[in-house]
Design a protein around this ligand. Structure first.
Ligand SMILES: C[S@@+](CC[C@H](N)C(=O)[O-])C[C@H]1O[C@@H](n2cnc3c(N)ncnc32)[C@H](O)[C@@H]1O
Length: 210
């Protein structure tokens, strides 16, 4: 389901700062070579993630779900030279692709890519983080949230992608639909956080730790 018309989406795209040429090349190659390329965050969400990281002065960022590395490099741009970003993925093809682009980027030295199931990687990860981006398997969103929240600093920001799940949250049928809906309901009732759900792209939940 497209929440807004293609014309309006294009208008917003054209009125958003362009990504740098390396990210443009990454996106192009993602669409040419990776499976399910529409998983990549792209310009509007990528610039938005960068903006959020800049606004909160992030120095340590965590990402669950690297894919081709578009979101990773977008957020890494916002980090100071000594800032760090840890990103997790299970897919060897996506990991090799992302590593290739991290190596070409002037921000690549800030990034550590952890291979394997993110819930396992999280067990050994010390906090505190200023910002986290949850963008992997939907069934585990709540598990990621519960594992990540204690690692966030007070005032830290968790951003969760695809929380409208193409509108399927209104009538959850399969396990992914139900998991996203349960995640959204849990966040709404959690007094530890201040949540704002945006209807940008497939729904972006911005969750500030009190
Ligand atoms: C929507 S894509 C991530 C998009 C990426 N954040 C971006 O900005 O372009 C989801 C990714 O989550 C990864 N993934 C799925 N299950 C996972 C798991 N259990 N642990 C870590 N990564 C996982 C997939 O391999 C896939 O690359």
């Amino acid at each position: 389901m497209d929440f807004i018309s293609e014309d309006i989406e294009n208008y917003a795209y054209e009125h958003t700062e362009a990504e740098n040429p390396l990210l443009e090349a990454l996106e192009k190659e993602t669409y040419e070579t990776l499976e399910i390329p529409q998983m990549t965050t792209g310009r509007i969400e990528g610039r938005f993630l960068k903006l959020l990281a800049q606004l909160i002065g992030a120095k340590r960022i965590l990402e669950i779900g690297t894919f081709g590395g578009y979101g990773t490099l977008s957020m890494a741009e916002a980090l100071p030279a000594d800032g760090t970003l840890v990103t997790c993925d299970v897919d060897p093809v996506a990991i090799a692709f992302a590593r290739k682009y991290f190596a070409k980027s002037g921000h690549g030295h800030k990034i550590t890519l952890l291979e394997g199931p993110a819930l396992e990687s999280l067990k050994a990860l010390p906090g505190p983080f200023d910002m986290a981006f949850i963008d992997a398997d939907k069934e585990n969103y709540l598990n990621y949230y519960e594992a990540i929240l204690p690692l966030m600093r007070q005032g830290g920001l968790i951003v969760a992608d695809n929380v409208l799940w193409s509108g399927r949250v209104l009538n959850p049928i399969d396990s992914s639909d139900k998991a996203i809906h349960k995640f959204n309901q849990t966040i709404r009732q959690d007094s530890r956080v201040e949540p704002v759900m945006l209807t940008v792209r497939d729904g972006i939940y911005c969750i500030r730790k009190r």
